[in-house]
Design a protein around this ligand. Structure first.
Ligand SMILES: *Cc1c(COP(=O)(O)O)cnc(C)c1O
Length: 238
């Protein structure tokens, strides 16, 4: 198991490196976040001992279950799943960033809790760039007004945009949603909203990491290419 995870990690780093070379980007500018939903602590530990530092979880329950070991290991943890407002307080115990900010009442409730705790939080705004109804995230045309609202909350540091691109076997079908996220960022910059640069793009998963890097991704979120296929679970993107 250990050898496999380590060789998978090498392979993923190679894919990132090759994608960077092809698109003239710097490997050091791309962060690798390990998406560890359903992955047991022991496997995550192997990746962390091999040098990884950033992990993303989708469920409060899993954050809590793995916390005993992860907090010792100096990992940076992000929340990348759909966040219900009644879980905010618990999730905040474990993460330094929420990548799935997708509605105003969530921003408001986060702010309320953060004020109580007298702290700030990094957030990414999740955008539904594939227009699939099953996916969470703001509609692309809602993003700019959403940002204007979220900027009012001083506890929230808007670090970037996140999307789950359209997954398909054909590259031509996957590319538009990734490109769209970058275009949205360009629009935000063009709006001249104060202090909105730089914004990172969190996009690219096992299936589309090369494309995502070519389209400007700053952070790829990889699960199955490192840890193997998850048991199929309905709505396992949550
Ligand atoms: C599971 C998940 C990933 C990683 O997906 P893989 O295809 O396993 O690489 C990335 N982002 C989010 C939000 C996820 O839920």
């Amino acid at each position: 198991m250990k050898e496999l995870i380590i060789s998978n990690l090498k392979e993923v780093h190679n894919r990132i490196k090759n994608a960077c070379e092809l698109s003239g980007r710097n490997v050091s500018d791309i962060q690798l976040l390990l998406a560890t939903k359903t992955v047991p602590f022991e496997k995550i530990r192997i990746a962390i001992e091999a040098g990884e530092t950033l992990i993303g979880e989708n469920k409060m329950q899993e954050l809590r279950d793995k916390d005993f070991g992860l907090k010792e290991l100096n990992t940076e943890r992000h929340f990348i799943g759909h966040l219900q407002t009644n879980k905010i307080k618990d999730v905040l115990k474990y993460v330094s960033c929420i990548q799935s900010l997708d509605r105003l009442n969530l921003a408001q409730e986060l702010d309320r809790q953060l004020q109580k705790e007298n702290r700030n939080l990094d957030v990414f705004i999740q955008v539904n760039t594939s227009f699939e109804e099953s996916k969470f995230g703001l509609r692309p045309d809602e993003v700019i007004s959403f940002i204007r609202e979220v900027k009012k909350y001083e506890t929230l540091n808007i670090k970037g945009l996140m999307t789950i691109g359209l997954l398909d076997v054909e590259k031509e079908k996957m590319q538009p949603s990734l490109r769209l996220l970058r275009q949205i960022r360009d629009e935000i910059y063009a709006e001249g909203i104060e202090n909105m640069q730089p914004l990172k793009l969190s996009m690219g998963m096992s299936q589309d990491l090369e494309l995502a890097i070519a389209e400007g991704s700053d952070m790829v979120r990889i699960g199955s290419s490192v840890f193997g296929n998850r048991f199929f679970r309905k709505r396992n993107m949550e």
